[in-house]
Design a protein around this ligand. Structure first.
Ligand code: GLC
Length: 738
């Protein structure tokens, strides 16, 4: 007996110590709060951008440093650098209570080392790699004095007209939830308080990706059932992963702007999900409620936002200008302000900033992390994994490394920063640090390489066509690089036409007309429409925007040093008119029987019924054969797991990786259910000729769904299970749940 107690003693002491620590932070927060004037409390709820880098409409309003000195700013965004953050922190230390500043920045896909845009990384389906990518971004950014990244963006994206699909993980809630949690863990590392950890900021809460028409900042309207089933899972997963902060979104949701949406911020996030961090508004979104027609002035906007759970005001100055009066007018209870301020102060304590406000502003660490070869090496690896092989007619790819003349044509062949994509940083040494496709290809064997720009990305000049065609005529194979400029996808970049800009496809037609085989590389931040190219190029690699190591990664895949394994995280439409199109749709009462069925069914009379490329699609330089699904049971109870196994064989001549995907379908429900829902995947590596048996466990929770009373329920009935290499080419089996 006494032995048992003795064994438990260390554990007991640890629990007491941890409890003491926790209580200490809460006590410290309370002790600071007690000293604060109302003006100082409101100062903590105020975030301003510096005037040099704008990621929204800038407001010039006097000496910001003086506001810092008076404790009227709690956080800055768009300020980084060990020395610059230190100098601003020194000014904050001149304030009466010496409350340190938080420095936030959009570190969305890397910092010094630019990684593939998040949608591209999602195409790798490599969760661990995406976590590591965020980890490296945090190491590099925190070394430059940054405490907080406005990432991960976890908005479900079904509409490629919306330029911000590039920032997320695509259309699926299951994949999106795994990616969201991984990125939060990556940014926050071993926990806040470590100087290589950054606070994550889950955005944009919520359902910003469902803006009507794919038009940025537009309204969102959907049932709470649909919202909970398809759009909220990534936010919830990120919150449960311990995200330090959330950012709300510009859109109104079911008539209420997210910034003042109590259901989202108080009932769900801070209530049901138990979120203890703080919520920052998006750039000016509190003040924008006047334009929404939801607040008659800034005074009312500030009241609505703070009462609904927006704790910090980014850039609108609504809190600075109105909160004091709102409290004095008894329109806002001081307890609401205190809760917001405590949430903010708690994070500053957890980051260790009260102990040492300068701990992140370390010039030595900044130098160490300025060019880390391990990070560059990793960037090349994750970039290769993100590339998706869409077409490989007559195995034109990979290209041979010798004995051929290859014409490299197009505006991205020698591009440097155009592969960095939106939300990336330009560095003075990029031109020496970044390897272009042209330079990387030149290191692959001993082919004769020819180059012609041929055309620009967006301009209409065809002056370069002649030179390009001449080079093509001297070649055995043509590689054309097409796509979007780095700022054509991203915030405020919605497009009604998502085809190749400029005259790129005209040039592709001219190159195809030479009769030589054409391989097309597509650099973009979103799914594009490119039907002529899709039907006439021999090979197509979707290279997205891969960042610093784009050139090397593309050359590795192009010449076969890496066998592409990427799979699309979003459906690619045939035309803009087909949008929205996604794989987890409802069957309707008149489903098309096949892709050409138009006989009184849900279809367009002028278009095939299927996407150009389906969710989960991606080819390999080898081929994979799937056996039949074997289920451990045909009938399970509501408390039993189902085990499904399948054998996958590499039937080609080279090793490769395959993302084996598992989907389910609930055939009949108390509400209609999607024709497929992703519920599992495994990325496996197979040598030529090798087979592996892959096993999935389907738990009863995987079969639950939200009904129209927004209850998360499990219903008995008939189900199907699908397993395959994308969402359409699947083997299937049936089972019952009693
Ligand atoms: C922008 C974006 C948001 C970003 C913020 C700060 O408007 O919507 O994603 O984090 O402002 O730059």
């Amino acid at each position: 007996m006494y032995k048992k107690i003795a064994c438990l003693l260390p554990l007991l002491c640890l629990v007491m110590w941890v409890a003491a620590q926790k209580k200490t932070i809460d006590q410290k927060v309370d002790s600071v709060l007690r000293l604060m004037t109302l003006a100082e409390k409101i100062g903590q709820m105020n975030q301003l951008s510096n005037d040099f880098v704008a990621t929204g409409p800038i407001t010039k309003d006097g000496d910001k440093q003086d506001k810092v000195r008076k404790g009227m700013i709690g956080s800055y965004l768009n300020v980084y650098g060990a020395e610059r953050t230190r100098s601003l922190q020194e000014i904050a230390m001149q304030s009466r209570l010496k409350i340190p500043l938080l420095f936030g920045q959009d570190v969305i896909h890397g910092f010094r080392t630019i990684f593939p845009v998040p949608l591209a990384e999602a195409a790798s389906w490599d969760i661990a790699a995406m976590e590591q990518s965020a980890r490296i971004a945090a190491i590099e950014a925190s070394a430059q004095g940054l405490h907080w990244t406005f990432a991960p963006m976890v908005d479900i994206g079904r509409d490629p007209r919306w330029g911000r699909v590039m920032e997320g993980a695509g259309e699926d809630p299951y994949l999106g939830a795994l990616v969201a949690a991984a990125r939060v863990k990556g940014f926050q590392g071993k926990g806040l308080g470590n100087t290589d950890a950054m606070m994550a900021c889950v955005k944009h809460f919520a359902a910003y990706g469902a803006a009507v028409g794919g038009r940025d900042y537009n309204s969102v309207d959907m049932s709470l059932m649909h919202l909970n089933q398809f759009f909220l899972p990534p936010y919830k997963a990120a919150s449960l992963a311990g995200a330090a902060t959330f950012m709300n979104s510009f859109n109104d949701l079911n008539g209420i702007p997210a910034t003042a949406n109590k259901y989202l911020q108080r009932d769900l996030l801070k209530g049901q999900w138990g979120f203890k961090g703080f919520v920052v508004s998006d750039w000016g979104s509190i003040g924008e409620m006047i334009d929404h027609g939801y607040a008659k002035d800034n005074y009312e906007a500030a009241m609505l936002a703070v009462k609904a759970g927006s704790d910090m005001d980014m850039e609108s100055r609504s809190y600075t200008n109105n909160l004091e009066k709102l409290v004095k007018d008894k329109k806002v209870d001081i307890a609401v302000v205190d809760d917001a301020v405590k949430r903010i102060l708690r994070k500053k304590f957890e980051m260790g900033l009260f102990d040492d406000p300068y701990r992140f502003s370390n010039v030595e660490r900044e130098k160490q992390q300025y060019s880390n070869p391990e990070h560059i090496k990793f960037a090349r690896e994750i970039s290769r994994k993100s590339i998706v092989l869409l077409k490989n007619e007559q195995n034109i790819l990979p290209l041979p490394k010798l004995g051929k003349t290859i014409a490299f044509v197009g505006p991205f062949v020698k591009a440097i920063s155009d592969h960095n994509g939106f939300w990336s940083f330009d560095w003075e040494d990029d031109s020496t640090r970044i390897t272009t496709i042209w330079d990387a290809a030149g290191k692959k064997g001993s082919n004769k390489l020819l180059y012609a720009a041929g055309c620009g990305i967006t301009d209409s000049s065809k002056a370069g066509f002649e030179e390009a065609i001449a080079a093509a005529n001297q070649s055995d194979i043509i590689v054309f690089t097409a796509g979007e400029k780095r700022d054509m996808s991203g915030e405020a970049k919605s497009r009604s036409n998502i085809q190749f800009p400029g005259v790129q496809e005209d040039l592709i037609k001219a190159l195809v007309a030479t009769g030589k085989p054409v391989v097309v590389l597509i650099a973009a931040g979103r799914p594009l429409v490119f039907n002529y190219t899709a039907d006439n190029a021999k090979g197509i690699l979707y290279t997205w925007w891969l960042g610093t190591e784009a050139g090397n990664a593309i050359a590795d895949v192009l010449f076969g040093d890496y066998n592409p394994s990427g799979k699309l995280p979003m459906s690619f439409p045939r035309t803009e008119g087909q949008i929205p199109i996604y794989y987890n749709y409802f069957n309707t009462g008149r489903p098309a029987k096949n892709e050409t069925d138009r006989n009184y069914v849900s279809a367009y009379t002028d278009l095939l019924n299927t996407p150009k490329y389906p969710f989960g699609f991606g080819l390999s330089y080898t081929s994979f054969e799937y056996g039949e699904i074997v289920l451990n049971k045909k009938t399970i109870s509501a408390t039993e797991n189902l085990v499904a196994t399948i054998t996958v064989k590499n039937t080609g001549a080279v090793a490769g990786e395959e993302v084996v995907q598992l989907y389910i379908r609930d055939l009949v429900g108390s509400v209609v259910r999607p024709v497929k829902e992703l519920k599992g995947f495994q990325k496996i590596a197979l040598r030529a000729g090798e087979s592996k048996t892959v096993s999935f466990t389907v738990k009863p929770d995987d079969l639950k769904f939200y009904n129209n009373e927004v209850k998360f329920i499990l219903e008995p009935g008939d189900f199907k299970i699908f397993i395959g290499g994308n969402s359409t080419a699947v083997k299937e089996a049936a089972f019952k749940m009693q």
